[in-house]
Write a protein of this length. Structure first.
Length: 657
C-alpha cells in the first residue's frame, strides 16, 4: 500500500513502505503492520491500512510469481563434517564482502565504503533487483563519472553500460573493480563448492577515498554519508558484516539458520564448519589502523596522530566488535611504519594523505630475481614526474600538480628523485609500530605480513619467532610488497601460510609449484597447503581467463561439471555427495562462462576450482581442500603464542637483522 489513507494499490516493484512486520496473536493468527498502520480489510473486502489490524492466516496458493533472485546454478547441498576430525574444505583469507555503496540492507542510510564510488552491495531488503540494479546514479550516464575510467584505468576515458540486473552488459567482469563482486548468492555458490573459512576484511585507502569522493561527489547523485577515515569506515564494514549475517539468516528461515556464521575463535569455527556452514572471520586492512595517521613536515619531522593509549583503546574496541584478522601496514606510510612498495601511483596517493613522498633506496639484490619469491620495490618512471609518476593530461595528474603547488618534500626539492632500478621503502617499523604489533600479538589477532615494507617483513618474522610456540603469520597476497625465498621459508617454519593473490586455475597451479620448492626447503613436516586470496571488492581486478592456448578441447571447463566425485577427487571425498554446477546464467539475461571471461565475480569460484582440477589434478585439489584445516591450526597456534606474548614486556623497537 502506497498511502495509509487509501486502499492498497499493487506496485510493480518494491519500495519504501513495502516492509511488513508480522506479529503472532496467540491463536495461530497474525497481524501485519507497516508505516505506522495495520493491514485491515476495507470496502468490498479489499485490503487497506488502518489503525486497527485484521487477523490474518497464511494459506497455500498456486500460481504466485517468484520474487527475482540471483540464480545459483547448483544441484546438490553442502556437506557436513565432524568437529573431532580435520576439516575438509578450503580457506579464503582475503575478501572485502562489506565494501559497498550502502552499508546496510537498504532500510537505513548508513553511508558507503570506498568513497561512495564502488557500486552495489552484498544484500538488500528488496533483493538483487535493488542491490545490483543500475550504477548510473553513482557512475554517471555511460559510466563517465566512474573513477576507474577517470583516473585508475590504464586507458582513461573508457565508458560502460550502467545497467545491472538482469542483463549485466558491462559489469561485473574480471577487470571492472568498482562494481560489486560479492553479492551474497555468489558467496553462497562458493560455499557450496567447499568454502569453509573466509576472512572478511574492512578495507580502505584513506587518501584515495578522499580523492575519489572529492573529485566526483559534486557531479554524482549519491544519497548518503561518505566516510573516508580508515578506522571509522573499516569498523563500519565490520558492523555491516553482522547485517549480512542477519539478512542471510532471514533467507534461510530465521536467526542462526543461514550458512554465513561470524566466528570469534577456532573452536567456534570448527563447530560451525562441522554443521556444514561457512566460518567468517572479520578483519581490518588499511594503512591508518588504530587511527595512526602520519603527516610529514617540510622540516623533516613528522606528526603522528595516535598514541600508545589510543592504540590500546582501538585494539580493545576492534576485538570486542569481533575483529580477529589484522594488517599492521598497507599501501600508504603511517605512524606505525612504511608501506611495501609495488605501485608508483601509490607514491602520489601517499603524498595526498601524508604530505610526503616515499624515502626509498635500492632494494637488496636488485629487488627481483632468483632470490625473491615476490619482487620487492618499484621501478620509478623517467621523465617529468610527480612523485615518480609521469605527469600526463589526465584528472589525477591535474589534482596532483595542484596539490604540489608551493609544497616541497623533506629534502627541500619540489619533487623526489630516485635512483635507477627497483627502490624499496627505507621507512620500516617505528617505535609505535613495534608497540602496536606487540599488542596485536598479546591480544591474539591473526597477523598478516603482506603490505609491510620489504625490510619490515624480516623484523616482523624475527620478532614473532620469540614466542613459544612461534607466532605464525598469514600472507594472503603471496608476499605483496616484496618477500624473498628465505623469508618465505622462515614464515612456513614458524607455522605461517602463504596463499596466492587472485589467480585463475592455471595461475593457482603455477603458484603451487613455486611454493612447493620453498615449502620443502623450510624443513616443515606439514603437508603443502594452499587456499585462496581473491581480494574480491578490494578495488582490483579479478583473475582473467586462462587464454585460448589453455582452453583446448581437453582443458576447457565443460558445463555442467561436478565437484567431489570423479577424476582428481581423492578418497577423502568418498563420504561427500557430489555437487553439480551448471553454467551460471540469469534467465533471460547474462551468462557467465569462466572460459570466456575468467572470474567475473565471486560466484565463479567453483568454476576456478574445476580449472584447478583440470590443470593440476588430485595433488592440486588436495593442497586446496586441506587449507581450511591448516588455517584453523594457524589460528590455534596464534592463540597459544599469544599467551606467551602476554608474559613479556612490550619492546621499544623490533629487532633488525
Amino acid at each position: 500500500a502506497r498511502d495509509s489513507q487509501v486502499s492498497s494499490v499493487p506496485q510493480a516493484s518494491a519500495e519504501d513502505g513495502s516492509d511488513w512486520t508480522f506479529d503472532e496473536t496467540g491463536d495461530g493468527a497474525l497481524t501485519a503492520a507497516t508505516r505506522g498502520a495495520f493491514l485491515a480489510v476495507g470496502t468490498n473486502h479489499t485490503l487497506a491500512l488502518a489503525s486497527a489490524p485484521a487477523r490474518l492466516k497464511f494459506e497455500p496458493a498456486d500460481g504466485c510469481a517468484e520474487y527475482p533472485e540471483m540464480p545459483l546454478g547448483v544441484i546438490g547441498k553442502s556437506y557436513k563434517g565432524d568437529v573431532n576430525e580435520p576439516v575438509l574444505g578450503f580457506a579464503e583469507v582475503h575478501t572485502h564482502m562489506a565494501n559497498a555503496d550502502q552499508l546496510s540492507d537498504g532500510s537505513t542510510k548508513d553511508g558507503a565504503a570506498a568513497g561512495g564510488v564502488l557500486y552495489g552491495h552484498a544484500v538488500d531488503r528488496f533483493g538483487v533487483t535493488h542491490a545490483l540494479h543500475d550504477c548510473e546514479a553513482i557512475h554517471g550516464p555511460d559510466g563517465w563519472l566512474d573513477p576507474e575510467a577517470l583516473v585508475l584505468d590504464t586507458n582513461p576515458g573508457q565508458t560502460h553500460d550502467t545497467q545491472g540486473w538482469p542483463t549485466f552488459v558491462d559489469w561485473p567482469k574480471n577487470d571492472s573493480f568498482l562494481h560489486q563482486q560479492m553479492y551474497w548468492r555468489w558467496v553462497e555458490r562458493a560455499w557450496l563448492s567447499g568454502l569453509r573459512t573466509m576472512s572478511m576484511l574492512g578495507t580502505n585507502i584513506e587518501a584515495l577515498c578522499e580523492f575519489g569522493r572529492d573529485a566526483t561527489q559534486q557531479q554524482r547523485n549519491y544519497d548518503g554519508d561518505v566516510d573516508c577515515k580508515d578506522m571509522s569506515i573499516g569498523m563500519k564494514q565490520v558492523k555491516y558484516a553482522y547485517v549480512i549475517q542477519d539478512y542471510i539468516d532471514a533467507q534461510y528461515g530465521g536467526p542462526g539458520k543461514g550458512f554465513f556464521r561470524i566466528v570469534k575463535d577456532p573452536a567456534e569455527a570448527r563447530r560451525v564448519i562441522a554443521d556444514g556452514k561457512l566460518a567468517v572471520i572479520p578483519g581490518l586492512e588499511f594503512s591508518n589502523i588504530f587511527g595512526c595517521n602520519v603527516t610529514f613536515n617540510p622540516d623533516g619531522s613528522e606528526t603522528r596522530h595516535c598514541t600508545k593509549e589510543q592504540i590500546d583503546e582501538q585494539i580493545d574496541m576492534a576485538w570486542e566488535a569481533g575483529v580477529r584478522h589484522v594488517y599492521p601496514f598497507h599501501d600508504v606510510d603511517s605512524a606505525l611504519g612504511g608501506a611495501g612498495l609495488f605501485s608508483e601511483v601509490l607514491n602520489v596517493v601517499g603524498f595526498y594523505g601524508t604530505r610526503g613522498f616515499w624515502d626509498a633506496s635500492p632494494c637488496e639484490n636488485g629487488g627481483q630475481g632468483d632470490t625473491y619469491f615476490y619482487n620487492a620495490g618499484v621501478n620509478f618512471s623517467s621523465g617529468p614526474t610527480a612523485g615518480g609518476v609521469v605527469v600526463g593530461d589526465d584528472p589525477l595528474s591535474t589534482v596532483v600538480l595542484q596539490a604540489f603547488a608551493g609544497i616541497t618534500n623533506t629534502s627541500g626539492t619540489p619533487l623526489p628523485v630516485y635512483a635507477p632500478g627497483r627502490q624499496c621503502n627505507n621507512r620500516t617499523v617505528t617505535d609505535l609500530g613495534a608497540y602496536a604489533i606487540d599488542k596485536i600479538m598479546k591480544k591474539g589477532f591473526i597477523l598478516d605480513i603482506d603490505h609491510a615494507a620489504y625490510r619490515s617483513k624480516q623484523m616482523m618474522l624475527d620478532y614473532t619467532a620469540t614466542t613459544e610456540p612461534d607466532y605464525p603469520m598469514v600472507s594472503g597476497h603471496g608476499g605483496q610488497g616484496g618477500i624473498n625465498n628465505l623469508q618465505i621459508q622462515q614464515m612456513i617454519r614458524q607455522g605461517g601460510i602463504v596463499y596466492p593473490g587472485n589467480k585463475n586455475g592455471k595461475g593457482h597451479v603455477d603458484f603451487i609449484e613455486k611454493l612447493r620448492v620453498q615449502w620443502v626447503a623450510s624443513g616443515t613436516s606439514r603437508p603443502l597447503s594452499i587456499g585462496y586470496g581473491a581480494d574480491a571488492n578490494g578495488i582490483r581486478t579479478l583473475p582473467g581467463p586462462r587464454g585460448a592456448a589453455r582452453i583446448s578441447e581437453t582443458q576447457a571447463v565443460k558445463y555442467p561439471f561436478t565437484l567431489f566425485k570423479g577424476e582428481g577427487w581423492g578418497t577423502q571425498f568418498e563420504e561427500v555427495k557430489p555437487v553439480t554446477f551448471k553454467l551460471l546464467e540469469v534467465p533471460g539475461g547474462k551468462v557467465w562462462d569462466v572460459n570466456e571471461g575468467g572470474m567475473y565475480h565471486y560466484g565463479l569460484i567453483p568454476d576456478l576450482i574445476e580449472e584447478i582440477r583440470i590443470e593440476g589434478g588430485q595433488e592440486a585439489l588436495d593442497t586446496f581442500y586441506n587449507s581450511a584445516e591448516t588455517f584453523l591450526q594457524l589460528w590455534e597456534q596464534t592463540l597459544e603464542a599469544s599467551k606467551d606474548a602476554r608474559t613479556r614486556p612490550t619492546p621499544d623497537s623490533l629487532p633488525v637483522r
